[in-house]
Design a protein around this ligand. Structure first.
Ligand code: UDP
Length: 329
């Protein structure tokens, strides 16, 4: 049985559906701070999934999951993930992300569970020294969110040396899109991400899309990001689990496409896919945004056998279909 923390959230829920389709039994542990109960109800149509509502900051909550279930491995998504918020309220991030993970690892050690796949981030690299970014790039986060994820990576290294706990840390670039069958998708009550924000502005109740900064040293002045499709991203988690089950050593991989798109290019793809002229307002730069972030994904391809296949158009298409569904929910 696989424990998925944060399994009611965006990336976690897509991972759960994929695990269920591969006939894994799953326990979701979630405090519903950002995830949704409706998502878990949808997931329960696709296999054996159990929900435990609890908080990683409460050790007894997470300990009880290991007491009551035979957990073989953990996939750990539960975390706060908004950069700007982490700058304003670092305590919220250190307590939740770092202390919560320490409790999870403590329970794993207590119950002798020694395999974990962890959702890390490109934000652990900080301001890029070169592009594309490979895993040898220095890790110097420039915000508390990235720091929390880097601390956890380091803690995992120490726990491997001391206790033999094996981890795979997956450093995500920009995750995009929804389940191809549109059963689930990205659902944040306070959306900050580019693609859903552009798409939301195509609906009656939506706000004008705000583009943050046009004066970056990039080909059209807007930020470059590497948009990796959610289903491709989730596949890497399944491969990482297989890798650990085969006795793989602690490791870390970038998950991206090797290709960057500017905000303006993403905006054009959204206009093309929706067939709409989308209202746009150019604003100043958003604090903490590096000009370009693009992954070198060759390590995940060669070691895990990962093969991301979907394009930005695929991601925008599924995201738009999901957003249309969400508007009517
Ligand atoms: N962005 C934007 N308007 C929005 C949301 C994002 O112009 O409403 C820009 C943001 O400044 C960045 C890029 O889109 O350059 C990707 O931002 P997102 O929040 O999706 O991901 P991040 O790169 O911060 O993880």
């Amino acid at each position: 049985m696989i424990l998925v923390t944060g399994g009611a959230g965006y990336i976690g829920s897509h991972c759960v559906i994929s695990l269920l389709e591969k006939k894994y039994d799953v326990v979701i542990f979630d405090n519903f701070s950002t995830g949704h109960k409706e998502t878990v109800e949808t997931l329960s149509n696709y296999g054996k999934v159990k929900l435990v509502e609890g908080d990683l900051n409460n050790y007894q909550d997470i300990k009880s999951v290991f007491e009551n279930n035979k957990i073989d491995a953990v996939i750990h998504f539960a975390a706060f993930s908004q950069v700007a918020e982490s700058v304003k309220n670092p305590q919220k991030y250190y307590l939740n992300n770092v202390c919560g993970t320490l409790n999870l690892l403590r329970a794993m050690l207590e119950f002798d569970v020694k395999k974990i796949v962890f959702s890390s981030t490109a934000a652990t690299y900080g301001e890029p020294e070169y592009i594309p970014i490979d895993e040898k790039h220095n890790q110097n986060p420039i915000n508390p969110y990235g720091q929390t994820k880097l601390f956890i990576e380091k803690i995992m290294d120490d726990y491997d040396k001391a206790y033999g706990l094996k981890s795979v840390r997956l450093r995500y670039f920009n995750v995009a899109g929804a389940d191809e069958q549109i059963r689930i998708g990205e659902w944040h009550d306070n959306e900050t991400h580019l693609i859903p924000n552009i798409l939301k502005s195509t609906f009656g109740s939506g706000k004008t899309f705000q583009m943050f900064g046009e004066d970056y040293p990039t080909k059209d002045g807007t930020c470059v990001r590497d948009y990796i499709n959610i289903e491709d991203l989730v596949n890497a988690h399944i491969l990482a689990l297989d890798y650990l089950n085969r006795g793989g050593e602690t490791n870390f991989f970038n998950l991206g496409t090797n290709e960057g798109s500017t905000v303006k290019e993403v905006f054009s793809v959204c206009e093309e896919i929706t067939g709409k002229n989308i209202p746009l307002e150019v604003k100043g730069r958003r604090e903490g945004d590096p000009a370009s972030l693009v992954a070198d994904n060759s390590k995940a391809k060669s070691v895990l056998g990962w093969n991301p296949e979907k394009t930005l158009e695929n991601s925008v298409d599924s995201a738009y279909k999901w957003e249309s569904k969400l508007q009517n929910m």
